[in-house]
Design a protein around this ligand. Structure first.
Ligand code: TYD
Length: 235
């Protein structure tokens, strides 16, 4: 298996559009991503940001077709084929939406899942290797990563309980069972260690309100930090 090298890690960069931010949410099924994304959107709009919420895979007409192809497949896909399918949807989303929209000042893009899902699901749980996923994402625009990623961490028991309450039919990944889920949590924890500056690992076993407060606090810090940096550059 390929090694994670500094050279591969150095290829990743966050977008540089002054006044605009790119955020993502990650976590296993039932972590509360959708709820928190809606709350964060409202919060940012109250601060006069233009907010766009996207989901992966999907977010473009072509991406939505890929989403269907992946999540509704009845036959097994190889991890490498999976990784390229998700990357293909991502490349389209970056060109068609993310990069164009971020160029408009005061825009925030919130992505429900992004590159870390590929690291964790394909790279780690499906066994392709993190380095291989990094390698696929070493070319522009796939090397673009969010300014900040919220990893909402719950344990597998909580995920199962929340899934039972929802009673929704299981997709391709959701039907893989408890062991697969346990591996996902380990994988996400590893990613939080590999990218400590970008990924904010948060205990999502707390109440919705507590979670929202923490997320909004982190956003205030990010926006404050960036303003300071821009100000210093102007001096
Ligand atoms: P979705 O229904 O959006 O999942 P959730 O509601 O849990 O957010 O389905 C997306 C599925 O695709 C999810 O199981 C994670 C998986 N996935 C990958 O395996 N790799 C990826 O790169 C992405 C973006 C998603």
């Amino acid at each position: 298996m390929k090694e994670i090298t500094q050279e591969l890690l150095n290829k990743l960069r966050s977008p540089a559009f002054p006044g605009s931010y790119f955020l993502s949410f990650e976590g296993i099924e039932g972590a509360g991503k959708s709820t928190q994304i809606i709350k964060l959107k409202t919060y940012l709009e109250s601060k006069n940001y233009r907010v766009l919420v996207l989901r992966e895979p999907g977010g473009t007409p072509f991406g939505e077709r890929l989403r269907q192809a992946i999540l509704e497949t009845k036959t097994e896909i190889t991890p490498l084929a999976e990784a390229y399918l998700f990357a293909s949807s991502r490349a389209q989303l970056l060109n068609e939406v993310i990069l164009k929209e971020l160029a408009v000042p005061n825009t925030v893009i919130i992505c429900d899942r992004y590159i870390d899902s590929s690291f964790v699901y394909q790279g780690f749980s499906r066994g392709l290797g993190i380095a291989e996923v990094l390698n696929i994402h070493s070319v522009f625009p796939l090397n673009i990563v969010p300014h900040l990623t919220f990893y909402l961490r719950i344990n597998v028991d909580t995920s199962e309980k929340r899934q039972k309450m929802r009673n929704a039919p299981k997709d391709y990944f959701e039907s893989k069972g408890v062991e697969f889920y346990k591996k996902l949590v380990v994988g996400y924890d590893m990613m939080a260690e590999l990218f400590p500056q970008r990924i904010l690992k948060m205990d999502a076993e707390v109440t919705t309100e507590q979670m929202t407060m923490q997320i909004c606090g982190a956003i205030d810090q990010l926006i404050g930090q960036k303003k300071t940096l821009q100000f210093e550059e102007e001096l």
